[in-house]
Design a binder for this molecule. Structure first.
Ligand SMILES: O=CC(=O)O
Length: 315
């Protein structure tokens, strides 16, 4: 079995080491090292443990002739070539549901942090300016009661909606069709329509070819200079160059971002903007969620090798 050790907690590595023969591939090191690793282990590898950052693309799959299963330590499976896995009869599992609350909590945290300007005001206190009686403009925008627009009312989207409702926020949503579970929410048939009719727009859908750049210039312009974008989905959901110019030019009010196009690289222009809150893709990074995810990764592998039904199959 192989495992990308980036962002993988010791608990998972220990469980994998205890139950399987684990080869760790750290893809952040030189490509040469990865090539050597694959030359040495390619024939013995029957399972790959991927993450939200490194999965199993066609190139990796083609190099592993005995690969049977990819067990991903993530909800999203956009870093795995699912079509290739289907074609080759390779099983794929993920970690749904167990991080839903934590990702939704972070989305609310980002909405609150951007609206109430928590980060710059925290920096003001830390800098000692308050105790020197230097006043800054620390007025912010009310969050309660603002209209929240959700792209993708799946488990995470609905958990965000439920939380925002508790703040008195009316909910609007976009998905390909109206959802019976969203009877109390306002359906918008296009993302531009949704952006034009909400104060805070949240990306909570899966990344697929259809949802790549679902946030484009038209959507950003519809959200406007008072609007806030929150992305807890995937970086490529957003046309990042358009987002950066809109923020720099004041055409968008603010952004709370947990994910980026080319992680771990974040556009440096954003560093100087006080209306932007930046997180290093940590939506599910609570001790509780990551433990439950690790248990699912190991449980799926055990089920597979014991010829039992997979716990959370994707393919
Ligand atoms: O991004 C995190 C995940 O997919 O679990």
């Amino acid at each position: 079995m192989t495992c990308s050790s980036v962002q993988v907690q010791p608990y998972l590595l220990e469980a994998l080491e205890e139950k399987f023969t684990l080869h760790k591939l750290d893809t952040t090191t030189e490509p040469d090292k990865a090539a050597r690793f694959l030359r040495t282990h390619r024939d013995s590898i029957r399972a790959v443990v991927g993450t939200a950052f490194v999965g199993a693309d066609a190139e990796l799959i083609d190099q592993l002739p005995n690969l049977e299963i990819v067990s991903s330590y993530s909800v999203g499976v956009d870093k795995i070539d699912l079509a290739k896995c289907k074609e080759k009869g390779i099983r794929v599992t993920n970690c749904p549901d167990v991080s839903t609350d934590d990702v939704a909590d972070l989305a609310l945290g980002l909405m609150l942090a951007v609206s109430r300007r928590l980060c710059p005001i925290d920096r003001y206190v830390r800098s000692g300016l308050w105790s020197k009686h230097v006043l800054i403009d620390f007025f912010s925008k009310q969050f309660s009661g603002k209209t929240v627009g959700i792209i993708g009312p799946g488990n995470i989207g609905m958990a965000i909606a439920k939380r925002a409702e508790a703040f008195g926020c009316p909910i609007s949503y976009f998905s390909r069709s109206q959802k019976p579970a969203c009877i109390n929410y306002n359906y918008c048939p296009t993302v531009v329509d949704l952006a034009a009719n909400c104060d805070i727009l949240v990306v909570a859908c899966a990344l697929t070819p259809d949802t790549r750049h679902i946030i484009n210039r038209d959507v950003i312009d519809a959200l406007g200079p008072e609007g806030v974008l929150v992305n807890i989905g995937r970086g490529p959901h957003v046309d990042e160059a358009e987002l950066v110019s809109a923020l720099l030019e004041g055409r968008l009010g603010g952004a709370g971002l947990d994910v980026f196009q080319d992680e771990p690289n974040v556009p440096e222009e954003l560093f100087k903007l006080d209306n932007v809150v930046l997180m290093p893709h940590v939506g599910s990074a609570t001790v509780e969620a990551r433990k439950a995810m690790a248990d699912l990764v190991v449980g799926n592998l055990e089920a597979h090798f014991l010829n039992k039904p997979l716990l959370t199959p994707v393919v």
